[in-house]
Design a protein around this ligand. Structure first.
Ligand SMILES: [Cu+2]
Length: 150
């Protein structure tokens, strides 16, 4: 019979070598997972909020067609002082001229196009994003979204 004799010193060296390789493996795995997050966070420090223009349509019991243009989502949330890019994609409706009440922000959202509105509010409150063409029910609205800043 053949016996392989391993002395205590060798076992310790092999265990230390294994621990060394396991540590390197764990360190590389961690780097691989965190690196893209770090790079994207550095590249995109401005938060994006995506919104679309939509439309509800139905026919009443007496055959009248009614519709309402909407922003989706209808409410967005911002931190006070935070810079955000509000990206509105026009889906329903050819054109929506929009304003944000209490500011001088104006833009036009067109079908098939993305309109980017940079936002930053220094005052807390609820601001209304209003489409001037579809303000009320009578104008196929109300096409209003709420921007909550706190
Ligand atoms: Cu509109």
């Amino acid at each position: 019979m053949n016996f392989v004799v391993i002395r205590g010193g060798w076992i310790i060296k092999i265990v230390l070598l294994l621990l060394f390789f396991i540590s390197i493996y764990i360190w590389y795995s961690f780097q691989w997972k965190t690196l893209p997050t770090f790079l994207s966070a550095e590249k995109e420090s401005i938060r994006e909020i995506h919104m679309v223009t939509g439309e509800f349509k139905t026919v009443t019991a007496d055959g009248k067609e009614i519709e309402s243009y909407r922003f989706s989502p209808g409410t967005i949330f911002l931190e006070k002082g935070e810079t955000v890019h509000l990206k509105i994609y026009g889906v329903n409706g050819d054109e929506h001229p929009v304003i944000i009440e209490g500011t001088d922000i104006k833009a036009t959202v067109k079908k098939g196009e993305e309109t980017i509105i940079p936002l930053q509010f220094e005052e807390e409150g609820t601001y209304r994003l209003i489409c001037l063409t579809h303000k009320e029910y009578e104008q196929n609205g109300p096409m209003i979204a709420y921007i909550v800043v706190d």
